[in-house]
Write a protein that binds this ligand. Structure first.
Ligand code: CP
Length: 308
């Protein structure tokens, strides 16, 4: 059987194109499984997984838990807010205590960039990064590309624009890495204040005019403005942001062609995306969420098969 080139999933940066294809082929199989009347396989009956979340989550947390249960793994959930982290326990002590209960794999979301990398070097378990600050969100990028592949047949050669708060977005960085690896062309579009300096060094181009960017692309991935990561205002008002960088039905319907609309969630309706676009037939937002379970089953299954 083919193997991943890594023993942890810390970021798309550490994967190669073959890894992504292997994950997609495995996810194709699991997508079929989760659409059967019996949605479960016995593959990971001997594996225990801890989901440790130091930051809020709806989609990623529930999707990982469901993926683990569909694979028949034993699952424990840890929420930092109700834990002894509040009493000063360190990350490594916390995780080593969890691992001493015979846990094989840790899925972690953490507000600090690099937290997963740090953990992988200091504990004996397979680590999956479920989002580390503004750094990477690898399973989100995998499910995003998988959803483009499902909708358009292939990612190679497609034109994708990522719109909005690129500066604070782990989704943007992981998507850029994943899309470039698969041969897509990537543009970013947003207020200058929300674009990282030297973003072009990642092999993307910048467009400040949203209409031009949308007329160019096959797929627009609309990002949320991450107010929780901002210590100052990066644009005058939310209304002006919505006017310049938000998509609404009038704009969508006036484009030269029909494009695919994506959003990683959670959505700020009326800011980066209007309700009628989010709920339109061009939107694949809920398909992304559905595909998240199959992608996470694939990642967990492949990493678990490499545990020595
Ligand atoms: N897309 C995403 O990561 O959503 P959650 O923060 O709800 O997990």
């Amino acid at each position: 059987m083919s193997e991943l080139s890594v023993n942890h999933l810390l970021g798309i940066k550490y994967l190669n194109e073959k890894d992504i294809q292997l994950i997609f082929e495995t996810a194709d199989h699991f997508k079929e499984v989760i659409n059967r009347s019996i949605k479960k396989v016995p593959s990971l009956r001997d594996i225990t997984i801890a989901n440790i979340f130091f930051e809020n989550s709806t989609r990623t947390k529930l999707s990982f838990e469901l993926a683990e249960k569909r694979l028949s793994a034993d699952v424990i959930n840890f929420s930092a807010a109700q834990s002894s982290v509040k009493k000063g326990e360190t990350l490594i002590d916390t995780v080593n205590n969890i691992l001493s209960m015979k846990v094989d794999m840790v899925v972690m979301r953490h507000p600090n960039p690099g937290a997963g990398i740090f953990l992988s070097k200091n504990v004996k378990a397979a680590i999956i990064n479920a989002g580390d600050g503004a750094h990477e969100h690898p399973t989100q990028a995998l499910l995003d590309s998988f959803s483009i592949r499902e909708k358009l047949g292939d990612v190679t050669g497609k034109k994708v624009v990522i719109v909005g708060d690129i500066l604070h977005s782990r989704v943007a960085l992981s998507n850029i890495f994943a899309l470039k690896l698969q041969g897509a062309t990537v543009k970013v579009c947003g207020p200058k204040t929300l674009l990282p300096k030297h973003i072009e060094s990642l092999g993307v181009t910048v467009e400040s005019d949203l209409r031009k960017a949308l007329n160019w692309c096959d797929v627009a991935n609309m990002l949320r403005v991450q107010n929780e990561r901002m210590d100052m205002s990066y644009f005058p008002t939310t209304r002006e942001y919505a006017q310049q960088f938000g998509i609404n039905k009038t704009l969508l319907d006036s484009l030269d062609k029909e494009i695919v609309i994506m959003h990683p969630g959670p959505i700020n309706r009326g800011v980066e995306i209007s309700s009628d676009v989010a709920d339109s037939k061009q939107s694949i937002i809920l398909n992304q969420v559905e595909n998240g379970v199959a992608i996470r089953m694939a990642v967990i299954y492949l990493l678990a098969s490499q545990i020595k």
